[in-house]
Design a protein around this ligand. Structure first.
Ligand SMILES: NC(=O)C1=CN([C@@H]2O[C@H](COP(=O)(O)OP(=O)(O)OC[C@H]3O[C@@H](n4cnc5c(N)ncnc54)[C@H](OP(=O)(O)O)[C@@H]3O)[C@@H](O)[C@H]2O)C=CC1
Ligand SMILES: O=C(O)[C@H](O)COP(=O)(O)O
Length: 496
C-alpha cells in the first residue's frame, strides 16, 4: 500500500514530506497543497508547500554533491541506477496505486508506467556507461594550413545541477526520463513534480533514496508551479532545465538564462489516411492513439485527415470500436476515465460546444459526468472550428475530410505545433514523401504517434519544443564538451 512499509518515512500526519539532503522533511512553511482525486473530485493527498529558502538549500546541496558525484566512476553510477530501477519495479503496486488516485490513470496503465520507468532507468545506465566512456581524438592537420602538431582530446562532462519538471500525465515516467540521464552523466538533480502526480513522484524518489545515492544529489521540492515555479526556473544555481508540459514551457524558455533547455510541449498530432490504407488497422490505431488515457497524451492522435473517398467507411469502423470502449473509474480499469481536473473537463467541453455551434457531426452523444467525458468522434470538422487547431487533451477526436494529400499536409503544417504525425498507406514511396513534407519531429508510418520505445529520439518542432529527448539524446544533452589540446613542439606523423 502507498505510504506504508518501506514508504512510511515519507508521510508526516496526513501530509507527504519533501526530499532534500538525503532526508524526508517537513516544510517550515507549515502550508500544504491538496491533490484532488479526479474521480471523486475530493482531496486525496496533501504535499508540503516548500519555501524559497528550502529551494535555496536544496540547490546549494545539489551543487555540492554534484562535485564528488562527477568523480564517481561511471560504472558505479550505473550500478546505483540499476539498483534504483529494480526497487522501482519491485514497488510498482503502491506507486501505481498513487497514479490511479492522483491522475485517474487506469490501473493496468499505471503499473505499466512504473515498470516502463524502471526499464528506462536501467537502459539509461547501460547506454550512459557505453557512450560517456567514449571520447574523440582530433588531429590538426585535417584542417587547411595546419601541420600535425595539435592533438585534441574531447570528452563529455556533466553540466552541474539539472532541474526536472514533468507534467501530470506521466509523472513517474517523464520524471525518470530526466533523472536517469542527468545522474548517469554526473549531474545532480532537483525535481519539481507536477501537483497532480506529486505523491507518485515522492514514492519514486524514495526508491532512489533506498538505492543509496549520495546525500543532496537528488531532491524533490513540492509546491504549486504557479508559486515556486519561477523561483526554481530562474535560480542561478540551475545549469539545465528539462521540462515537459504545456505552454508554461514557452514562458520558462523566455525567462531562462544561458543554460541548455529541453522542452517537450503540446502537440496536435495529425493522422493522414490515404485511399489505399488498411482501414481496420487505421481504426485500431485511432482508438489506441486517440482515446488511450482518455486522450491525455502529448502524442495522442488529435486530428484525422481522411481522404473523402474512404472517410465514411473509416468513420463507421471507428464508431464500432468507440462503442466498445468502457467508461468509468480507473480502479475498474476502464478505457475512458475522468480527465485530470474540472478545469480541463470544462476546456474540453468548450471545444465540443464550439464544434457543435459550427456544424460538426457528432458520431456519439456528448455526455459528461463530473470530470468524466464519454469518448466522442466528431466528423465533418472544418478548419474554422477550435477543435481543428487546439489540443483538447481529452477523449475527443475530430475528422477533417480532405480531397488531396497536399491538403492534408497543408493543414498539418499550418499548426503551431510539430510534435508527431502519422500516415496510413500501403505505398511506401508516398509515405516517405509525406514524412519528408510533414513539419513534425517524428512521423509514424502505419501506426499512431508514440514516444516509445524510450530510446528513440523524441523532439517537437515549432511550439512543441526544443531539444531532443530519448535516452541517448537526453544523456548527450545533459553534458558539455571538454577538450584538452596537446601542443607538440614539432609535428608528429605516423610511420608509413
Ligand atoms: N510534449 C510532451 O511530451 C508533453 C506535453 N504535454 C503538454 O502538457 C500539458 C498538460 O500537462 P500539464 O501538467 O497540465 O502542463 P503544465 O505546463 O501546466 O505543467 C507542467 C509542469 O510545470 C509545472 N509548472 C506550472 N507552472 C510553472 C511555472 N511557472 N514554472 C515552472 N513550472 C511550472 C507544473 O506544476 P503544477 O502541477 O504544480 O502546476 C507541472 O509540474 C498539455 O498541454 C500537453 O500538451 C504533456 C505531456 C507530454
Ligand atoms: O507525455 C506524453 O504524453 C508522452 O510523452 C507520450 O508518451 P507515449 O507516446 O509513450 O504515450
Amino acid at each position: 500500500m502507498a505510504s506504508t512499509g518501506v514508504f512510511s518515512d515519507i508521510l508526516y500526519g496526513d501530509v507527504f514530506k519533501y526530499y532534500a539532503d538525503g532526508e524526508w522533511k517537513k516544510s517550515s512553511s507549515g502550508q500544504s497543497v491538496a491533490i484532488i482525486n479526479p474521480t471523486t473530485r475530493k482531496p486525496q493527498y496533501k504535499v508540503q508547500a516548500c519555501t524559497k529558502e528550502e529551494v535555496n538549500k536544496a540547490m546549494e546541496r545539489a551543487k555540492f554533491a554534484q562535485k564528488s558525484w562527477a568523480r564517481t566512476p561511471l560504472w558505479k553510477r550505473g550500478e546505483l541506477l540499476h539498483k534504483a530501477a529494480a526497487i522501482l519495479k519491485e514497488h510498482k503496486s503502491p506507486i501505481g496505486e498513487c497514479l490511479v488516485k492522483e491522475i485517474a490513470k487506469p490501473a493496468k496503465d499505471a503499473f505499466t508506467e512504473v515498470v516502463r520507468s524502471g526499464d528506462l532507468v536501467s537502459y539509461c545506465a547501460e547506454e550512459g556507461v557505453r557512450i560517456l566512456g567514449d571520447g574523440k581524438l582530433l588531429v590538426s592537420d585535417s584542417f587547411p594550413g595546419n601541420d600535425r602538431s595539435k592533438y585534441c582530446l574531447t570528452s563529455k562532462i556533466p553540466l552541474g545541477v539539472v532541474l526536472a519538471i514533468p507534467p501530470y500525465n506521466y509523472p513517474v515516467n517523464l520524471a525518470v526520463s530526466k533523472i536517469a540521464p542527468a545522474l548517469i552523466a554526473g549531474n545532480s538533480l532537483v525535481l519539481k513534480p507536477p501537483t497532480q502526480g506529486a505523491v507518485s513522484c515522492l514514492h519514486m524518489v524514495h526508491c532512489f533514496h533506498l538505492a543509496g545515492f549520495p546525500k543532496g544529489l537528488i531532491s524533490c521540492i513540492t509546491g504549486k508551479g504557479s508559486q515556486i515555479g519561477d523561483f526554481l526556473t530562474t535560480h542561478p544555481d540551475v545549469d539545465c532545465i528539462s521540462f515537459t508540459g504545456g505552454d508554461t514551457g514557452i514562458a520558462i524558455a523566455k525567462k531562462a538564462g544561458m543554460i541548455p533547455l529541453q522542452m517537450e510541449l503540446g502537440g496536435k498530432d495529425a493522422c493522414i489516411i490515404l485511399e489505399d490504407a488498411d482501414l481496420n488497422l487505421v481504426a485500431e490505431n485511432i482508438i489506441k492513439g486517440g482515446f488511450s488515457y482518455s486522450g491525455q497524451r502529448c502524442t495522442a492522435v488529435k486530428v484525422i485527415f481522411a481522404m473523402e473517398s474512404i472517410a465514411d467507411a473509416l468513420v463507421e469502423k471507428v464508431n464500432a470500436r468507440v462503442a466498445k470502449l468502457t467508461v468509468g473509474p480507473p480502479e475498474k480499469n476502464c478505457d475512458i476515465t475522468p480527465v485530470v481536473s474540472e478545469a480541463s473537463a470544462n476546456f474540453i467541453e468548450g471545444l465540443i460546444m464550439d464544434a457543435k455551434d459550427k456544424g460538426a457531426k457528432f458520431c456519439q452523444e456528448h455526455k459528461r459526468e463530473g470530470n468524466l467525458i464519454w469518448p466522442l468522434l466528431l466528423d465533418h470538422v472544418t478548419p474554422d472550428m477550435r477543435i481543428a487547431r487546439e489540443e483538447p487533451f481529452g477523449p475527443v477526436v475530430p475528422v477533417i475530410r480532405i480531397k488531396s494529400i497536399e491538403e492534408g499536409i497543408h493543414h498539418c503544417n499550418s499548426s503551431k505545433y510539430g510534435l508527431q504525425g502519422c500516415v496510413f498507406t500501403k505505398d511506401i514511396n508516398k509515405a516517405m514523401l509525406i514524412s519528408d513534407a510533414m513539419e513534425t519531429g517524428t512521423v509514424q508510418i502505419n501506426s499512431a504517434p508514440a514516444r516509445g520505445p524510450d530510446h528513440f529520439p523524441f523532439q517537437g518542432f515549432k511550439d512543441s519544443g526544443i531539444g531532443s529527448q530519448g535516452i541517448t539524446n537526453s544523456i548527450n544533452m545533459m553534458t558539455k564538451t571538454k577538450s584538452t589540446v596537446i601542443n607538440l613542439p614539432s609535428p608528429s606523423y605516423s610511420m608509413g
